[in-house]
Design a protein around this ligand. Structure first.
Ligand code: EPU
Length: 422
């Protein structure tokens, strides 16, 4: 296992290029199971472990892929299979998004039940609700979701849950509905840009979808889907993380290949806190113009403040003088980073789904442990701002979602490197 070492307290300067969005690319790759022909996926974050896991899973399901730079060429070869094994699904929850396309295309699927993870219980009742309303019989047998259908038919489906809409349940239902007979209407659909990007890809394949990006998606089933070429949207969470990297180090950086429209809630909050975020000729310029002030932030479904930026925001607030309250309404227990930030001197305490952060002047470097992807990003940010040396163990979490993070940060002037853990 590797660990990251950071010598902090250096202002970041220069420019960084944002990769394609992991959370858009994964369902898009799953959607290629619906295609009868070759698909070409561009701007894919191909060095991420999750993308490689998805390609392995698709191979097991009868797809052949070739990776060239940031492009994936993928097509069906030989017999299609419908069995998604535990070994692959257990390493990545997003594997569950092969369920919709498998059942839509083959009328059957055996997909390992994904289970919970460190950020919370993560049920899949909404995936079940959406797909079963299309006429699919779904059961759980021996740890597998067993799906069977004679024919899929369109339906009116309300997909709102206890915590609002669900990104992957919307994706799964939409992918199952595109080849169903008749019209499907999904109400309370997730509006995240990643869901819209998936729908845009499906439309290029020949699907008839309207309203994606809004809470009401209408789908008219078609008989078949062909191949398509698509460029994945930029990763808004990676962009948000680098925006905070500039703010937390009092740096001045240009972020290239990011889409500010997908980041309104984040940039609005950071502007309120005193971060200057402006459009420059070659990207987005981020710097501080004055001392930062504390802000309260609540994590909500899109277009609200994204839960995937909660931990990073907490790192920033932990070095912003004053009190801020960060409330998590998507995953009320997603606070594994709090104790690690406190090891670095942060003063954060939890009150139910809220973290009360008392900003201090400086964090001090410490050995800390990464628990999940975004918690790891928060610790990297904290390490960049802290005095002395921070050692982050279990960095494999970071490799699931941030392409070449040390290389990108080093280019911005950070002192960060990887070592083998003994
Ligand atoms: N939920 C249910 N029932 C369901 C599905 C979800 O109650 O059937 C609940 C969840 O427990 C949660 C809320 O609904 O409280 C929202 O979860 P959602 O289903 O939207 O999450 P997801 O689709 O499984 C994706 C991202 C996550 C991101 C969330 C929320 C991918 C591969 N994953 O997960 O990304 O946090 O949406 O935006 O797209 C990450 O990248 O670090 C990550 C965890």
């Amino acid at each position: 296992m590797d660990k990251l070492i950071i010598e902090g307290s250096r202002k970041l300067k220069g420019s960084v290029r944002i990769s394609g969005a992991k959370n858009a690319c994964l369902p898009i790759l799953a959607a290629t199971l619906l295609a009868d022909e070759k698909c070409v996926i561009k701007n894919s974050p191909n060095s991420l472990r999750d993308i490689m896991t998805m390609l392995k899973l698709l191979k097991a399901l009868g797809m052949k892929s070739v990776v060239e730079g940031d492009t994936i060429i993928i097509e069906p070869v030989g017999e299609r299979k419908s069995f998604a094994p535990y070994k692959l699904v257990s390493t990545m929850r997003a594997s569950v998004c092969v369920l919709g396309p498998l059942v839509g295309k083959l009328k059957q699927a055996n997909v390992s039940f994904p289970g919970g993870c460190i950020i919370g219980p993560r049920p899949i009742d909404l995936h079940f609700k959406g797909i079963s309303r299309l006429g699919v019989d779904l059961k759980i047998k021996k740890g597998y979701i067993v799906a069977r259908a004679k024919e899929l038919h369109g339906a009116d489906i309300y997909l709102g849950g206890h915590f609002g809409s669900s990104v992957l349940a919307t994706a799964n239902t939409m992918m199952a509905a595109v080849l169903a007979k008749g019209k499907t209407v999904i109400e309370s659909a997730a509006c995240e840009p990643e869901v819209k990007d998936l729908a845009d890809f499906l439309v290029k394949m020949g699907a008839k979808i309207k309203g994606h990006g809004s809470p009401r998606i209408e789908i008219e089933g078609v008989k078949r889907l062909g191949g398509a070429e698509h460029s994945v949207i930029p990763d808004r969470i990676e962009a948000g993380t680098y925006i905070i990297a500039s703010a937390i180090t009092d740096g001045d950086i240009i972020i290239k290949n990011a889409n500010l429209e997908h980041l309104t809630a984040v940039t609005d909050k950071l502007t309120e806190a005193g971060v200057s975020i402006t459009r420059a000729a070659d990207g987005i310029r981020v710097r501080r113009k004055k001392a930062l002030s504390p802000v309260d932030a609540t994590m909500l479904p899109y277009p609200g403040f994204p839960t995937d930026m909660q931990a990073q925001m907490m790192s920033l607030m932990s070095v912003t003088k004053g009190i801020s309250v960060i409330t998590e309404k998507i995953y009320p227990g997603r606070f594994m980073h709090v104790s690690e930030l406190n090891r670095m001197g942060a003063q954060i305490h939890l009150e139910g789904p809220s973290a009360i952060v008392k900003g201090i002047k400086r964090l001090s470097g410490a050995p800390v442990m990464a628990s999940d992807l975004r918690a790891s990003a928060a610790l990297v940010l904290a390490g960049l701002a802290a005095d002395d040396k921070t050692e982050i163990s279990r960095v494999y979490h970071l490799d699931r979602g941030y392409e070449r993070i040390e290389e990108k940060l080093r280019k911005l002037g950070a002192r960060i490197w990887r070592e083998k853990e003994i």
